[in-house]
Design a protein around this ligand. Sequence first.
Ligand code: VAH
Length: 315
Amino acid sequence: KILIIGACGQIGSELTYKLRALYGDKNVIASDISYSNIDIVNSGVFEIVDAQDYAAVKICVEKHRINTVYLMAAMLSATGEKYPMKAWDLNMNSLFHVLNLAKAKFIKKVFWPSSIAVFGSTTPKENTPQFTVMEPSTVYGITKQVGERWCEYYHNKYGVDVRSLRYPGIISWKTLPGGGTTDYAVEIYHKAITDKKYECFLSENTALPMMFMDDAIKATVDIMSANEKDVKIRSSYNLSGISFTPKELAQSIKQQMPEFSITYKPDYRQEIADSWPKSIDDAYARNDWKWKHDFSLEQITKEMLTHLGEKYKKA
Ligand code: VAH
């Protein structure tokens, strides 16, 4: 059976829906620190689990006979800069607990998300390679960089089957993201529907690697169902979909909503975004386990405006 830790979050919630559809509701246990996503809580087996409490995680694993854990709980880049030690504690303690449960053979397989935030301002910014200089300048990026090293260590030293992806910014409509720097690319669609205008907290030419949620979920399911020997990189795989600037994103919205307008008011998140790559080279993922993305910016904008339009009409 599968346990998703952080199932109420932006990615965790959509992973829960997808994995339940693939493996059956009863075989996927959703858990989080609170009942913060009522749809997830009410749509299947749900447990309150504090990812920083080893005993709590172990009890849930044993109670439900879990063999695979998706650890999706984390504090993201923007919030992590406000609470550095909380970000370090949550992101690292939760990872150690799951890796140690795998080392002790309580679970067989682990998915742990890394991020393009592992890269810093000394990393080549265009088509950032899989192996390159990584000097992250955010606490979140530091936790992802060191988490990758620990995943690789537990795999090489103890044979733990842990698999990881360096997610870019992820765009989705079902669940709001929390505390990320790329969240502007989600907020903008909500504001386009409700206000027909958006004040962007990044400058207009800030290019960032992005991906539609369906592509991120596909990559996650694909790497977790790949043959163990095909997952050659056990730190974390570069993963890419598309890249765009807030200006290009606003243009794609204007094509479908001519009355939409955008203004720019960069805040403390600009410095975070400026330290990240503009685009990512994910050739290793494409070669090792046949990754490829599907959604273009135009398709993402169509999906987002259609679904959010319906969502707000019902609200
Ligand atoms: C963040 N959405 O903004 C996350 C992600 C690459 C960005 O790690 O912090």
